[in-house]
Design a protein around this ligand. Structure first.
Ligand code: GLU
Length: 288
């Protein structure tokens, strides 16, 4: 089977050296193994994503000579597909509407004795709206209350027999613990579908066989494997790579302007030098 990899940035800022490192890994694997390297713009969150950053991603990659195969997939152009997945899960009784606001959830969590957080950094949802009756749900929807859609984790796990695992290159089989996400949000009040839902859907429809991405996303794989299993999608192999850091050892972030490709280019750095910088920074850190 021929390999398909992808680079899937969110257009919430300009690309930095860490992104280039990540894109190079995915592209190198595809090129070395005669496969495909795809570019996907993950712009599902209208509050954080901006079209000018999406344009800049393509421009920066082109300037760097990092070419991709086929058309760019832009998530915001595929909303009916994500809606169809939500409908499928809802028809199986695996989703419920959640009317809670962030502050209501925070207050509820403070009242509880333990305050665990999910790997995404949000408080573990205490299940308030899961306990609403069908009539209460219908009444609140009818009066126009806005709601998110949450996965009923207990039901979802019951729908998937056996334990969930994924193959991590260099490590072997990793056992998943999706329950640590609790009743994860799959559609937000202000975003039509969640990152986890879109990423697994797109990896499946695009035939991605190897997911290369930063180690910060490794915990997300547990929930994504559950979604794949629920939807009958194939499981890619995963290769989570280390994250580039600045000289102070802090993870590079889009807010750090100095490491953006734009800033390096404006300072006169050539595309070849930027690619070398990203490669060297990656090698440097793997030697630590
Ligand atoms: N869009 C995600 C991000 O920029 C990456 C998704 C993925 O590689 O799975 O953090």
């Amino acid at each position: 089977m021929s390999i398909t990899t992808r680079f899937a940035p969110s257009p919430t800022g300009y690309l930095h050296l860490g992104h280039v490192f990540s894109a190079l890994i995915a592209r190198r694997r595809a090129r070395d193994e005669g496969g495909r390297f795809l570019l996907r713009i993950e712009d599902i969150d209208p509050g954080r994503c901006r079209p000018e950053f999406a344009t800049a991603i393509e421009e920066d990659l082109a300037w760097l000579g990092i070419d991709w195969d086929g058309p760019v997939r832009v998530q915001s152009q595929h909303l009916p597909q994500y809606r169809a997945v939500l409908d499928t899960l809802a028809a199986r009784g695996l989703l419920y509407p959640c009317f809670c606001t962030r502050s209501e959830i925070a207050a509820e969590v403070i009242r509880s004795t333990s305050a665990p957080h999910t790997p995404d950094g949000s408080p573990l949802y205490p299940g308030t709206c899961r306990r609403l009756s069908a009539a209460e749900r219908a009444a609140r929807i009818a009066r126009g209350d806005r709601y998110a859609l949450r996965l009923d984790m207990v039901r979802a796990l019951a729908a998937v027999p056996g334990s969930l695992t994924f193959a991590e290159e260099g490590k072997g089989v990793v056992v998943c613990n999706p329950a640590q996400f609790g009743d994860a949000v799959l559609a937000r009040k202000d975003a039509p579908a969640s990152y986890h839902l879109c990423v697994t859907h797109d990896d499946a429809v695009q035939g991605v066989t190897l997911v290369t991405r930063g180690s910060d996303l490794q915990p997300a794989t547990d929930l994504q494997r559950l979604l794949q299993e629920l939807m009958g999608w194939p499981a890619p192999v995963y290769a989570h790579h280390h994250l580039l850091t600045d000289s102070a050892g802090r993870r590079l972030a889009k807010r750090d302007n100095a490491a953006t490709i734009r800033a390096l280019r404006a300072a006169g750095t050539t595309a070849e030098a930027v690619v070398s910088l990203a490669r060297e920074a990656g090698e440097d850190i793997s030697a630590r």
